[in-house]
Design a protein around this ligand. Structure first.
Ligand code: ADQ
Length: 467
């Protein structure tokens, strides 16, 4: 099998991103993938340049070779802050109210995808498997095909795939999806997103879907499948057992002086349901006066995409809400919500998870959600905490023994917090055991092998005769 050429919007090696904060799940997973396979990780450096030259900055860092390009300010505005984060991200998270349709955005998106293709093209050798990631780069495969790339090219989408009727509101949606059919493999986090995609292909494009979920299109066969992403379980459990984690766990526990801890860890994003979560916690405190002063919510939320107005808005909303709730429930020696806008090293994060009796993972919509899996991996199996998980996170399909909630229902979440805090040890252990098995068995390497296996498999993906 050839090398892997991984292509994603940003490139983030551990030493550079490390404790620095908003290191997304994608970064964590891809580092593990490249270490195992060798190859190159290509993407945007995060830097701007006055004029795009296509110059590649190649570096080798902790066994991983990266190649990055700089983009022009207009590219960053229109492609990254624009089409990716003001059009596709909200649309793919069912937030049509926040979705902006701007012709400059879509032109910038096309242009930057062209620029990515132009720069990565010389790096691709005959046997390489090309693996494109996420909503920033949906048309990249078809642009590479236009340049004559015959390699196997796969796409993995980390976000949900929206229902057909929502996607149909996107101008030129047909062109975007048709370009995706130039991949050999298209991977989704769950069968729910996969089914939405297949529905679109059938209803909007009039294409037939074969029994194995492959689609024959213009003489090629593309396979669409669900590949649920996982965490680096071994690394994470090791981090959780380490000294730094234990110290973080003890420090957090000491700081709450015997109170119960609920934890939330999310990028500051409107899709994560933070406002609803804070309100649910407030409702829980109001409904259970006996719990007043006895439970603390630690919400860690490093800011992301701060150049986009909806992210500035959610940040302001949450600050206001935190102040309001703390004002209503605080006492001279107690603040119910600790709201922290910074990143932590993974070992400390693991310690915080372990200290918490309840993990609150309540996104309104999420492709998968790795925090839910990290919370489970970090628990003490002899005295585990309880995971409260949104039914709208992709992870809910695998983590059925969590307490599944509707994050929009403040009452339901509030009641579920009570139930979690009251749950007897034997039930907590029983649920945790099953959750742990799933997080352990379907880890990031499982995901990697499944996807790369499907991508490398010529038998299932070979070209077919034009219809
Ligand atoms: P994200 O939306 O970023 O990822 P998630 O899967 O929860 O969401 O991953 C977040 C990662 O960032 C976790 O590994 C978490 O530990 C880390 N993190 C968050 N806050 C942190 C902090 N303050 N300090 C340090 N680390 C922090 C996207 C999709 C998800 C999908 C992933 C992977 O939106 O649905 O699960 O990609 O495919």
């Amino acid at each position: 099998m050839g090398r892997l050429i991984v292509i994603s919007n940003r490139v983030s090696v551990p030493s550079a991103a490390g404790a620095a904060g908003a290191q997304g799940g994608l970064a964590v997973a891809l580092n593990s993938a490249l270490r195992e396979h060798g190859g190159i990780w290509f993407g945007w450096s995060g830097q701007e340049t006055a004029e795009f030259t296509g110059h590649l900055d190649m570096q080798r860092n902790e066994d991983i070779t990266t190649a990055t390009i700089d983009l022009e300010p207009q590219d960053i505005d229109e492609y990254y802050n624009g089409y990716a984060n003001r059009t596709l991200w909200p649309l793919f998270h069912y937030r049509i109210d926040l979705t902006e349709y701007d012709r400059n955005f879509s032109e910038g998106y096309e242009r930057v995808n062209e620029r990515f293709a132009h720069s990565v093209f010389p790096l691709i050798e005959a046997d390489d498997l090309v693996w494109v990631h996420d909503y920033h780069l949906l048309p990249l495969g078809s642009i590479l095909r236009g340049k004559g790339v015959k390699n196997r090219i796969g796409l993995f989408l980390h976000t949900p795939w929206p229902p057909t009727r929502l996607l149909a509101s996107l101008p030129f949606h047909e062109r975007l999806v048709a370009s995706m059919l130039e991949y050999d493999v298209i991977g989704f986090q769950t069968t729910e997103w996969l089914e939405s995609f297949l529905h679109y292909v059938q209803k909007e494009m009039g294409l037939a879907v074969n029994l194995d979920n492959s689609i024959d299109y213009k003489g090629r066969r593309v396979i669409a499948r669900a590949f649920p992403i996982g965490i680096d379980f071994a690394e994470f459990t090791q981090a959780a057992a380490g000294e730094e984690a234990q110290e973080a766990c003890q420090r957090l526990k000491a700081s709450v002086r015997g109170r119960k801890i609920l934890i939330g860890v999310d990028r500051l994003d409107y899709s994560k349901g933070l406002g609803e979560r804070f309100e649910s916690f407030s409702r829980f405190l109001a409904d259970h006066p006996d719990m007043a002063g006895r439970a603390v919510l630690l919400q860690i939320a490093p800011p992301s995409r701060g150049d986009v107005a909806s992210y500035q808005q959610i940040r302001e909303d949450l600050e206001r809400k935190t102040g309001h709730i703390n004002g209503a429930h605080a006492d001279f020696d107690f603040v119910p919500i600790r709201y922290v806008n910074r990143g932590y090293p993974r070992s400390q994060l693991a310690g915080f998870y372990r200290a918490a009796e309840v993990g609150l993972v309540t996104p309104l919509r999420d492709g998968m959600n790795l925090v839910a899996k990290e919370y489970i991996a970090a628990q003490d199996p002899e005295n585990p905490g309880v995971l409260i998980l949104s039914q709208f996170a992709g992870a809910a399909i695998q983590l059925k023994e969590a307490l599944l909630v509707n994050p929009h229902s403040v009452e339901h979440v509030a009641e579920t917090i009570k139930r979690a805090l009251d749950m007897p040890l034997d039930e907590r252990k029983r649920r945790h055991q099953r959750l742990l098995a799933s997080v352990r068995d379907e880890d990031v390497f499982h995901w990697l092998h499944q996807f790369v296996g499907a991508l490398a498999n010529d038998e299932r993906g070979h070209d077919v005769a034009p219809a």
